[in-house]
Ligand binder design. Structure first.
Ligand code: ASP
Ligand code: MG
Length: 416
């Protein structure tokens, strides 16, 4: 007997029939002897529809009103699911975020949870009732309804699971788990049985959009085991958890990629203290996030300095850099928007040498040129030409034995 928080996303509650299926799942978990608390998103498309409605009446809707409006999407779903459950004889209580008392700050549309008073939920459990909670929302100290940012129902579920010390937080969605890479790019991509929080954060921030990043961070911080599963088919999904000391971690868990990168280079920058700050300072002052940074060794007192940013920020960053280039007496600014970033992610690489050389060789064998490299303890990223994205991901996927469960990963110079 366990306490499980189940969260159902927009597509899982997208129609009355689907809501019926959610009710069946909840009841099945109860019949297996578990206490269940359910968190739901708005029906798919509903939040966007409400935001469009708002914009049809005001060019930039006041945030307080916008939150009041969009929070109704989830209120619809809790009520409907409550009806489906009651209709099956399952005693149920449904709550908006404010009714539970999910207290947040007042940062409308991106509020942070400050405190959860889940007394009502504990009472429901004691009385044998299922509690259904509206995701994505809370209430601020003035009583105003707030929302937690797009995709925020994941965070509601994790926060409730943390507050109630649930045994597992299950995120039901339209995919059956986390994959080694995007199955649309690599047909042989596999579902992972488990992945660590750290790896999931890397995968998520690198473009895998299954879970809100904040929810993964929250789950890691509060030690909430998370499981991603499909609400359309049965299966174990993917467990997101801590590194298992007793088990050999797989070398590489997945390959993430980012299509939206752009690269900027300042050529011939005088090599002296303060240059990196002088180049990147104005860029970050303009709220442009810098990702990879490479500075060459200097010959004859001048160096080249390259960094990557999101493609949307390219024009703005280029303008800023041209001015900096003038100010510093650098030779030239050069940019490229036709690049992508590929990353190998795996906690197993901490204790293995040779991952990088295997990666570089696999890319070289396909004639793919590496433009930039960066590494962390559990990640190696490279920048390559955009047109090689698919080829590169596929080459790495097979080079690291991810294509086939039984394949053995061979890495040169193994050892720790
Ligand atoms: N309904 C909200 C959104 O579409 C929250 C969520 O689905 O998690 O972003
Ligand atoms: Mg979502």
């Amino acid at each position: 007997m366990a306490l499980i928080v189940q969260k159902y996303g927009g597509t899982s509650v997208g129609s009355p029939e689907r809501i019926e299926r959610v009710a069946e799942r909840v009841i099945t978990a109860r019949e297996a002897g578990h206490d269940v608390i359910v968190v739901v998103s708005a029906m798919s498309g509903e939040t966007n529809r409400l935001l469009e409605l708002a914009r049809s009446l005001h060019p930039s809707p006041p945030a307080r009103l916008s939150d009041l409006l969009v929070s109704t999407g989830e209120q619809v779903t809790i009520s409907l699911l409550g009806m489906a459950l009651e209709n099956r004889g399952c005693p149920t209580r449904c709550y908006t975020g404010a009714q539970v008392r999910i207290l947040t700050d007042s940062a409308h549309s991106k509020a942070r949870i400050q405190e959860i008073d889940a007394k009502v939920l504990t009472e429901d459990m004691k009385a044998g009732r299922v509690a259904v909670v509206a995701g994505f929302q809370g209430v601020d100290p003035t009583g105003a309804i707030t929302t937690l940012g797009r995709g925020g129902s994941d965070t509601t579920a994790v926060a409730l699971a943390a507050a109630l010390k649930a045994d597992e937080c299950q995120i039901y969605t339209d995919v059956d788990g986390v994959y080694t890479t995007d199955p649309r790019v690599v047909a042989k991509a596999r579902r992972l049985k488990r992945i660590t929080f750290e790896e999931m954060l890397e995968m998520a921030s690198l473009g895998s959009k299954i879970l809100q990043i904040r929810a993964v961070e929250f789950a890691g911080k509060y030690h909430v085991p998370l499981r991603v599963l499909s609400s359309f088919e049965d299966g174990p999904g993917t467990l997101i958890t801590f590194e298992d000391e007793t088990m050999e971690e797989p070398l590489i868990s997945g390959i993430a990629f980012h299509r939206d990168e752009a690269k900027l280079t300042v050529l011939g920058v005088p090599d002296r203290p303060g240059i990196a700050g002088a180049i990147l300072g104005p860029v970050s002052d303009a709220n442009i996030e810098v990702d990879m940074i490479v500075q060459n060794i200097s010959q004859s007192g001048a160096t080249d300095f390259t960094f990557t940013i999101h493609r949307n920020d390219y024009e703005k960053a280029l303008q800023i850099l041209e001015k900096t280039c003038n100010d510093l007496g650098a030779r030239e600014v050069y940019g490229d928007t036709k690049i992508v970033k590929l990353s190998l992610v795996g906690v197993g690489m901490r204790s293995h040498a040779g991952v990088a050389s295997t990666m570089f060789k696999a890319l070289a064998d396909e004639g793919i040129n590496i433009q930039m490299i960066s590494t962390s303890e559990i990640k190696i990223s490279v920048v390559i030409e955009e047109k090689y994205l698919e080829l590169g991901v596929r080459a790495l996927h097979s080079a690291f034995g991810l294509d086939d469960e039984s394949a053995q990963v061979q890495v040169e110079g193994q050892g720790s």
